[in-house]
Design a binder for this molecule. Structure first.
Ligand SMILES: C[S@@+](CC[C@H](N)C(=O)[O-])C[C@H]1O[C@@H](n2cnc3c(N)ncnc32)[C@H](O)[C@@H]1O
Length: 276
């Protein structure tokens, strides 16, 4: 937010216009610890901050109140595991139903992006700018040589059942995660269909994560610990992540941070004027 505010201020300072006041609303799910977030902000800020707890697939803010919206590494979260992936006999991403499940995940991602855009359409001012950073995967990648930051969790190369002896086979085989990492072209196709936003610019960047094995496991743990605890119980967690660490250490792919092919899809959108 600091970088965005600095850039907007610079633009105003080079014009005749008076620099506006800045109000920054931080959104996350209601269980997020907003107090810790606010305590961690630098005290010498000129902007005012407020929390916006709630699901970003629904309405969060008053109509026409947002000039700049920024979403980073969050739109991969789906509102639910697609129905086609539930109740399968094999892990959704590796069984015979793979194509069907892939399509169901992509459709869910598309529906969720559309509801996100529909709500921001109401909340943003005309001409407002939205920057989206969506983690993604290349259309083609070689699992024998390359790794992805998150795919290992539901991909057959690292099924959950091999992580922990205590996760029963049947539970881990049917455990699918409510997120989807799009390929580089999928968000573009969805965004270009929008009647409310114009795609001003899109870029594909390396994720820049370059995590070593400890960092990779810490990242996976930060993201998944709550979900796994909820599904399988707190007593499985340490063992699960200890085993994952050993598995990554033994893998020449995961031990080499430069083999990560995760990408970041950057989209800059402009909110259309209603009469366009
Ligand atoms: C990987 S973190 C990214 C955090 C931060 N934006 C960043 O770039 O460092 C994803 C965040 O999105 C939040 N999130 C996921 N689904 C959400 C939803 N439907 N509504 C609001 N927040 C959500 C998660 O709680 C989590 O804090």
């Amino acid at each position: 937010m600091h970088t965005i505010i600095k850039a907007v201020k610079r633009k105003y300072e080079s014009s005749e216009l008076k620099t506006p006041e800045f109000y920054v609303g931080f959104n996350d799910v209601v269980s997020n610890d907003f107090n810790t977030l606010f305590r961690s902000l630098p005290s010498d800020r000129s902007d005012k901050v407020f929390a916006v707890p709630g699901d970003f697939h629904g309405r969060l803010l008053p109509p026409s109140s947002v000039h700049f919206a920024y979403s980073s590494w969050a739109l991969q979260w789906l509102t639910e595991v697609p129905k086609a992936a539930e109740g399968l006999k094999s892990p959704a991403w590796s069984g015979e139903e793979r194509e069907e499940v892939y399509d169901a995940y992509l459709s869910q991602f598309e529906r969720d992006m559309e509801s996100f855009l529909k709500c921001r359409d109401v909340e943003m001012v005309e001409g407002g700018i939205m920057a989206l950073l969506i983690p993604g995967v290349p259309a083609l990648w070689d699992p024998q040589k390359e790794s992805l930051l998150f795919r290992g969790l539901n991909f057959s190369d690292l099924p959950l059942s091999t992580w922990s002896k205590r996760l029963s086979e049947s539970m881990s085989r049917t455990f699918n995660l409510p997120y989807y990492f799009p390929t580089t072209e999928e968000p573009r196709a969805i965004l270009q269909k929008s009647n409310s936003f114009i795609v001003e610019r899109m870029e594909i960047l390396n994720s820049g994560a370059s995590l070593n094995v400890d960092g990779h496991v810490a990242c996976l743990r930060a993201v998944h610990q709550n979900m796994l605890t909820h599904m399988f119980g707190a007593e499985t967690i340490n063992e699960t992540f200890d085993l994952l660490l050993k598995k990554f250490q033994a893998s020449s792919i995961y031990a080499d941070p430069s083999s990560d092919r995760t990408v970041m899809i950057v989209a800059i959108l402009k909110h259309k004027h209603k009469n366009i």
